[in-house]
Design a protein around this ligand. Sequence first.
Ligand SMILES: O=C(O)C1=C[C@@H](OP(=O)(O)O)[C@@H](O)[C@H](O)C1
Ligand SMILES: C=C(OP(=O)(O)O)C(=O)O
Length: 426
Amino acid sequence: MVSEIEITPCGPIFGSIRPPGSKSLTNRALIIAALAQGRSLLTGALASEDTEVMIESLRAIGVAIDVDDISHTLRVDGNGGQFQGENTEMFIANSGTSMRFLTALATLGQGTFRLDGIERMRERPIGDLIKALQQLGADIQTESDNGCPPVLVRAQGLPGGKATIAGNISSQYLSGLLMAAPYARSEVQLEVDGELVSQPYVRMTTQIMRDFGVTVEENDCRRFVIAGQQQYQARQYAIEPDASAASYFWGAAAVSGGKVCVEGLTKDALQGDVGFVEALRQMGCEVEYGKDSITVTGGQLKGIDIDMGEISDTVQTLAAVALFAEGPTRVTGVAHNRHKETDRIGDLACELRKLGATVEELEDGMVITPGTLQPARIETYNDHRMAMSLALVGLRQPGVVITNPACTSKTYPLFFEDLAAICQGA
Ligand SMILES: O=C(O)C1=C[C@@H](OP(=O)(O)O)[C@@H](O)[C@H](O)C1
Ligand SMILES: C=C(OP(=O)(O)O)C(=O)O
């Protein structure tokens, strides 16, 4: 792909789109189908770097996965939770879900597993998950003492028992523990210690576990009891389009003053990020929930004060929209965004300032005061969401250049093609 893209401004965008499959659901369904006994068919799956590294890692432990790129279907022949490692290496690039879910899964096998990723992955914390797995009897550690990957697992199956898990840095630790727990030798009791960020992802985890036939007792998203020696039931499973990806198209309607319908998502979607449209409604957009779609119509935009702790992957999208609003927008509740693909508070503030905004950084968010927009060369920090969100600014402001646009391949390889296509009707 080209080394940079200049976004062409366009008029109001009217169109509809079905984004590719959800990253979060694809990677959960892959973990669960891999542990099930028998064949599962996952339809509507995402094909991107984050799912690719998950698939390759599962193949490394003997799970046969056939990818049909045309129908977006994955055929997974699960190993029933029986697998061996012989110094098995899993290279996970910068996929947080893969790193956290596969670390928990690896403890169920027999033998040695090592999980590693790119440089940034070696700065993304995993220590709290390691501690919880140790409480459940796993022999597991990080290679260095900074609490980040690489992770080494000397697995002999997971004994089970009680563990507390911190939830203030990432909910993915809890999701990983939950999905592995039914394969422990005895009951697993999990208790969240302190704040739990990104809660909707945990609800997504328990729902998909139940959909694949295991029981999970749950008390207010704080305490969980999972009987040991359960088995996921292989099945056909339909994956929703990605709601975080959808945010860019809803955002495009907002900044361009058009109307965009995202197909395949509803208010009842498993992904909490559909809640992003309610933030747009607060800012002045119109939102219509259809039977199988959600449509956003742009309006007179005003700044808002919002806690985005439950929908943190859409902070950058909201920030892009905020540049076109009247008055400041204050985002809070997202301290954990500093540990994602990049520091999504500090680095986002820096790029927003280049575009002409005044940004005050908070410990857990930022206050964005729009100014006179100006052309800018946007640094993407190898963060797909920096590229996709700030591209929206270029739909109105000439001279917005996105560097390293190929970084969208983490979750959305064809993002710029899809954005151009929907703009063509504008
Ligand atoms: O469980 C998941 O699928 C995810 C949880 C969130 O991470 P945190 O729990 O680290 O906020 C989110 O940012 C990520 O893109 C996907
Ligand atoms: C934070 C993200 O991904 P992950 O943690 O799965 O790498 C994301 O997709 O925005």
